[in-house]
Design a protein around this ligand. Structure first.
Ligand SMILES: *Cc1c(COP(=O)(O)O)cnc(C)c1O
Length: 434
């Protein structure tokens, strides 16, 4: 559920007309709904009632400072993957001390920074990393809290680029050698074994693989508790969201109309399936959701530049491009595209929706049917709150888009559109070319 809906013929986010935002700040612009984020967070926390749960928002999904601040206010901690993300947590005035540091390539500098800031735990992905963390902790005269990431070798049934829990992925340590890895960790003088972690993939639309993975590693988790006195189990993130019926899925009626067995994953179903498995472990449970918390809270506003009518195809050319939202080009992802001004009296248009970038891959949708729209009108790409702005680039010397946060009838720019001067600020022509 979310807070995007038509009021009359105008698409609103909470109480704000999105066309007003587009006119005020220009396009392309990301817009987020604070209420949707809060609802998602609260629902998920509630669905895990009965276990001691700590939600570490996977900030790589959307790491703009205002969004982080909103999560901190809600009581979230963070799952971060770089020194830069750690600095963002600090810049947002949020707490690193309940946050975890993931990723396969942590540098010495990043490890030192996290230790100095009192990170809750490192999620260790390999034995060489373990040795490095021990070394850096020794230099600083502290003990480093760690958990090892287990690769449970289950199929998450999601896109190949976002599945992480199979044995041929680069992530984690296989279950059958994890015992030995914990033994090795226990011999390092500067490591404190604090927990165990797994994360099987992203955009899972069914609870099955989560259940399978938890069942598979639970005996090992119990063993670790007995042997090494661990006090937490992180089950990762990965809860999927609705992309295809994105706008409709804002309403309770849409969810009610889904057949019970086939409905997309909900936090309630996730909690109901996992709580009975997790509770007997008697451990603190960490969740690392990213997409679920922010995905449906954001849209990308874009302006129609041209409707190019070809012989065999129409092309709707918009001012957003793959540099702003790379998911369709990178993951073949589907984003629903809706007009900000709905007019049911107009004929339907079937077109490829494309950006201006010089790549055939700069295509948001093929043969998409939508209401006829023309030059100067606005459209919204739905479900763009996660892995949208954070994956954007400056390809074709296109500036980073603006970002706006809405709360009720209030809205504010939370990230100004990048200026050309800022974009080239680090560049220099060397003396030997002058
Ligand atoms: C990316 C990631 C997450 C978040 O995944 P979502 O699908 O966005 O929930 C959680 N944990 C780890 C280790 C990750 O790499």
């Amino acid at each position: 559920m979310h807070h995007f809906r038509y009021v009359g013929q105008h698409l609103h986010c909470e109480s704000v007309d999105l066309a007003e935002v587009a006119r005020l700040y220009g396009t392309p612009t990301y817009v987020y709904s604070a209420a949707t984020i809060a609802d998602n967070y609260t629902r998920l926390a509630k669905s895990l009632q009965g276990v001691d749960v700590q939600i570490c928002y996977a900030m790589k999904a959307n790491s703009t400072l205002a969004i982080l601040r909103h999560f901190a206010n809600l009581g979230a901690a963070f799952d971060l993957v770089s020194g830069g993300e750690l600095r963002r947590v600090l810049s947002a005035g949020a707490d690193v001390k309940r946050s975890v540091f993931a990723g396969v390539g942590k540098t010495e500098e990043e490890i030192a920074l996290a230790l100095q800031q009192g990170i809750f735990s490192f999620h260790v992905e390999s034995e060489p990393e373990m040795a490095r963390i021990n070394h850096v902790a020794g230099k600083l005269g502290v003990k480093a809290p760690i958990a090892i990431r287990i690769n449970p070798d289950v199929d998450a049934h999601t896109h190949a680029k976002i599945t992480t829990g199979k044995s041929d992925n680069k992530f984690g340590i296989p279950l059958k050698v994890a015992g030995a890895a914990y033994e090795a960790a226990s011999k390092y003088p500067n490591l404190h074994i604090k927990g165990v972690q797994m994360h099987i993939g992203s955009q899972l639309t069914d609870v099955g693989p989560f259940v399978e993975a938890v069942k598979k590693v639970s005996p090992f988790v119990a063993e670790l508790k007995a042997k090494h006195g661990i006090d937490y189990f992180s089950v990762g993130g990965g809860i999927g969201i609705v992309y295809r019926d994105a706008l409709a899925s804002g309403s309770q009626e849409w969810w009610d109309a889904q057949l019970a067995g086939q409905r997309p994953i909900t936090p309630e179903a996730y909690g109901a399936a996992l709580v009975p498995l997790l509770k007997p472990l008697g451990l603190k449970i960490l969740l690392e959701p990213g997409r679920f918390l922010v995905g449906n809270s954001g849209v990308l506003l874009s302006r129609v530049e041209y409707l190019k009518r070809g012989q065999s195809k129409n092309f709707l050319i918009v001012d957003a491009a793959m540099n702003d939202l790379v998911r369709p080009a990178m993951y073949d992802a589907f984003h629903e595209v809706v007009p900000l001004h709905r007019d049911t009296s107009r004929p339907a248009l079937v077109a490829d929706i494309v950006g201006p970038i010089c790549e055939s891959g700069d295509c948001f949708a093929k043969d998409r049917s939508l209401q006829q729209v023309g030059e100067g009108e606005y459209v919204a790409f739905m479900s763009a709150g996660a892995y949208g702005y954070t994956m954007a680039s400056r390809y074709n010397t296109r500036s980073m888009a603006a970002e706006v946060l809405i709360k009720g009838s209030a809205f504010e720019l939370i990230n100004a559109r990048e200026t050309y001067d800022a974009l080239i600020a680090g560049e220099r022509v060397p003396a030997f070319l002058k």
